[in-house]
Design a protein around this ligand. Structure first.
Ligand code: COA
Length: 316
């Protein structure tokens, strides 16, 4: 029997506090027009002092569980993608497990920066297809605001906080059609964040212009790879759900797929780049507002530090 990973629930959470471009331009040398024209971002959400990746993950996860209408005890694997874990250990996955009271699941974190939730979907799919797990919760959750240097105008304008979740279960009908993940550590220096174990702990460091060029080329290639693997043409894709880093990068990928921007789920304008949370937040938004319909083919893709990049093609 071949099993597919079927999406049975999605969820998302954004902190209450909104930080606009105008507010940012009062503290760093920038402007709303510069940020919006170069990135497509107008505002981002900032976590409250008592919010963490696990607390936001819990809210997103509970929404996904409620949509699926399952007993949380049936979840047997929890994967959390985060670059901003509550603690070095235990994993945010374990902290989420505790919050959800899901005793029998195994839980762990993965670190693939902004590609984290695509890596999570890929791992979940392998577990389900092999019969090792039946119901898997994948969450991307980030408090990027705590690893951003708020005096560095080249990075602080880009990032935001939030969490996205998806619940998958083994099904005979088609769900995830394929996933494709890659990494290349050679690009370490273009985008990194030192940890507290390094001599000089610090904030996100990025050579944005260089990252931009590699991202556009790489995402073009991952689109080709995904379509070829499924023997599909561009016309078979109903929705593009991209990682939300920059509207110009997203537009280049949509153009490559010959999709109009109406077929792209965009959350960037009011969320900024929420790293590993962004794809699942956008997917959740498209599902909940009724744009993404059952039976449609959805291409999720992401690119991030490492570099890491990947895609998941889903028949929703
Ligand atoms: N406000 C005003 N000016 C700014 C600025 C800001 N917030 N940030 C940078 N600038 C200035 C630079 O200092 C530079 O000035 P100079 O020409 O006098 O040296 C000029 O704007 C152009 O900088 P550049 O970095 O070339 O701009 P850009 O068009 O590449 O846009 C990014 C910068 C960061 C928006 C863009 O490179 C980007 O989005 N890169 C990809 C980021 C990404 O995807 N990262 C995450 C991957 S997950």
């Amino acid at each position: 029997m071949t099993y597919y990973s079927k999406v049975i629930g999605t969820g998302g959470y954004l902190p209450e506090k909104i930080l606009t471009n105008e507010e940012l331009s009062e503290t760093v040398d920038t402007s709303d027009s510069w940020i919006y024209e170069r990135t497509g971002i107008k505002s981002r959400r900032i976590a409250a002092a008592d919010e963490t990746s696990s607390s936001m993950a819990e809210i997103a996860a509970r929404q996904a569980i409620e949509m699926a209408g399952i007993d949380p005890e049936t979840i047997d694997l929890i994967i959390v993608a985060t670059g901003t874990p509550d603690r070095v250990y235990p994993s945010t996955g374990c902290l989420l497990q505790k919050r959800l009271g899901v005793k029998h699941a195994v839980a762990f974190d993965i670190q693939a920066a902004c590609s984290g939730s695509i890596f999570g979907l890929s791992i979940a799919d392998q577990y389900i297809k092999s019969g090792t797990a039946k119901t898997v919760l994948v969450v991307g959750s980030e408090v990027c605001s705590r690893i951003v240097d708020w005096t560095d105008r080249t990075t602080c304008i880009l990032f935001g906080d939030g969490a996205g979740a998806v619940l998958l279960t083994a099904a005979e009908e088609k769900g995830i059609l394929s996933t494709h993940i890659h990494s290349d550590g050679e690009y370490e220096e273009l985008l990194y964040c030192p940890t507290s174990t390094e001599q000089k702990a610090g904030y996100i460091s990025m050579r944005g212009n260089e990252v931009f060029k590699v991202a556009v080329n790489t995402l073009g290639r991952i689109v080709d790879e995904t379509l070829e693997a499924n023997d599909l043409g561009q016309e078979h894709i109903d929705w593009l759900v991209p990682h939300q880093a920059n509207s110009r990068i997203i537009a280049a990928t949509a153009k490559k797929l010959k999709l109009s921007m109406d077929q792209v789920i965009m959350t960037l304008e009011n969320q900024g780049n929420t790293s590993s949370a962004s794809v699942l937040l956008a997917f959740n938004e498209g599902v909940r507002d009724g744009r993404i319909q059952r039976g449609q083919v959805v291409l999720l893709e992401a690119f991030g530090a490492g570099f890491t990049w990947g895609s998941a093609l889903i028949k929703y």
